[in-house]
Design a protein around this ligand. Structure first.
Ligand code: NDP
Length: 449
């Protein structure tokens, strides 16, 4: 059930036909097209020269074989992807995801979202995404390194600081970026620091990049709460996941006086009513790379671990889904609304199903979509590129200040755009339209390419 403008219906039909079976990609395109009807009613020239059709077609899609040898001497073969979706505003920019669920449709949905997200940051970056169906879980250091080296051996021919600049995502953190950058440098004989972001501090990384997505999402929710005269202080929060985004969301919520009472991994969730002990989560997930169930074992009686189940059954004021796509369903949203949630900010990409988004918006819950709320990561990646280009390195405070200002600006842009297009408070519409207008203006200037 979509509310697509009739002029856009044939475009959607063609996207569905040409990209059969890519359900996540369809979902992302539908959400954006639902918003664009209002734009072409006001500015019909944006529908000229097949601009929207071109926007839905990646500029380039690369699929490649990644062979590597495991610790038993067996040859393993994975599939690598890089979708260079749109370079109207700058070099392709977007993370790499290593997870067994990765396929072309997932990379295309992420790349498509990335176009609008990157445009919203106001920085000169286009949209792209990549990854592999490689599962790092349970693999040794040596296996992860050999996989990363083989992956980069092919990918390097498509990268460059003015061409395409990947970063991390699920399954790709500082360790993997180190191996990828090392192999890039070795193959090209170029110390081109601006070719990857999320790097370690000693070899060209930016302070606050690790924290940026979670910190930024929390800033975004804080701005949404402020429009209603509210803040985080004393509020109960639930954050799904326990990876990069979740950990630094929990950290910033705590700094803002909120109490995070639950987090999760793909096996289950923990509830700690006294407030999650973040040092323990970091030790379990970042250092030991164990399951979140260890938290309850170590912490003792006052915490619970629930295997399976839904973390969204835990009553809270603020919910920040920060694990993966479609992890929060319509049913989950109804449970959250019933329990009195006032704001939802997407730390992950598209974690709420379309049904869930409708539930939140229908109930008047403040809802921040991922392409706006989690844009702090890629924005800080662009700041990392800036530092690399000028051979400079900023302090944590300066970088975080820039991040906070960017997030405030994204919030205000989305809010003002929603207002301008007759849907005050609709951050989904505001984000889609504001992002689209920037990209569309550049694409129009370039002519049909
Ligand atoms: P991490 O790999 O660091 O953490 C992912 C977390 O989500 C883990 O706790 C993982 O649990 C859980 N998870 C992954 N897949 C599933 C699944 N199918 N079901 C339930 N839980 C799952 O990734 P990030 O924190 O970097 O990324 C999280 C989300 O944020 C993704 O949607 C990503 O695209 C998005 N994002 C990330 C940015 C970044 O800068 N890192 C920037 C913008 C968006 P387990 O350990 O069990 O796998």
């Amino acid at each position: 059930m979509t509310k697509i403008d009739e002029k856009l219906e044939p475009i959607l039909a063609e996207v569905l036909r040409r990209n059969a079976g890519e359900t996540e990609f369809h979902q992302a395109v539908i959400e954006v097209l639902e918003s664009l009807g209002r734009v072409i009613a006001k500015k019909p020239y944006y529908a000229d020269h097949a601009l929207i059709e071109r926007l839905c077609e990646p500029e380039r899609q690369i699929i490649f074989r990644v062979p590597w040898v495991d610790d038993q001497g067996q040859v393993q073969i994975n599939r690598g992807f890089r979708v260079q979706f749109n370079s109207a505003l700058g070099p392709y920019k977007g993370g790499l995801r290593f997870h067994p669920s990765v396929n072309l449709g997932i990379i295309k949905f992420l790349g498509f979202e990335q176009i609008f997200k990157n445009a919203l940051t106001g920085l000169p970056i286009g949209g792209g995404k990549g990854g592999s169906d490689f599962n790092p879980r349970g693999r040794s250091e040596g296996e992860v390194m050999r996989f990363c080296q083989s992956f980069m051996t092919e990918l390097q021919r498509h990268l460059g600081e003015y061409t395409d600049v990947p970063a991390g995502d699920i399954g790709v953190g500082g360790r993997e970026i180190g191996y990828l950058f090392g192999q890039f440098k070795r193959l090209t004989n170029r110390y081109e620091a601006g070719v990857l972001t999320g790097k370690g501090l000693v070899y060209g990384g930016s302070r606050a990049r690790t924290e940026a997505t979670g910190f930024g999402a929390t800033y975004f929710v804080s701005s949404m709460l402020a429009t209603k005269g509210m803040d985080f202080d004393g509020r109960k929060c639930v954050v799904s996941g326990s990876g990069n985004v979740a950990i630094y969301t929990i950290e910033k919520i705590r700094q803002f006086g909120g109490i995070v009472i639950a987090c999760s991994d793909s096996n289950g969730y923990i509830v700690d009513e006294s407030g999650i002990d973040l040092d323990l989560v970091k030790e379990i997930k970042e250092i030991r790379r164990e399951r979140i169930s260890q938290y309850a074992r170590r912490k003792g009686n006052d915490t619970h671990y629930i295997e399976g189940g839904s973390i969204w059954d835990v009553p809270c004021d603020v919910a920040m889904p920060s694990a993966t796509q479609n992890e929060l369903t319509g049913k989950d949203a109804r449970a959250l609304v019933k329990n009195g949630v006032v704001a939802v900010g997407e730390g992950a990409n598209m974690p709420c199903t379309p049904d869930a988004v409708r539930e939140f918006q229908g109930a008047g819950v403040l809802f921040g979509p991922g392409k706006a709320a989690n844009a702090g990561g890629v924005a800080t990646s662009a700041l990392e590129m800036q530092q690399n280009a000028s051979r400079d390195s900023w302090s944590f405070e300066k970088t975080e200040e820039r991040l906070a200002a960017i997030m405030r600006n994204i919030h205000d842009t989305c809010a003002e755009t929603a207002e301008e297009y007759g849907a005050p408070g609709d951050y989904v519409l505001g984000a889609n339209i504001a992002g689209f207008e920037r990209v569309a203006a550049a694409m129009t200037a370039f002519g049909v390419i």
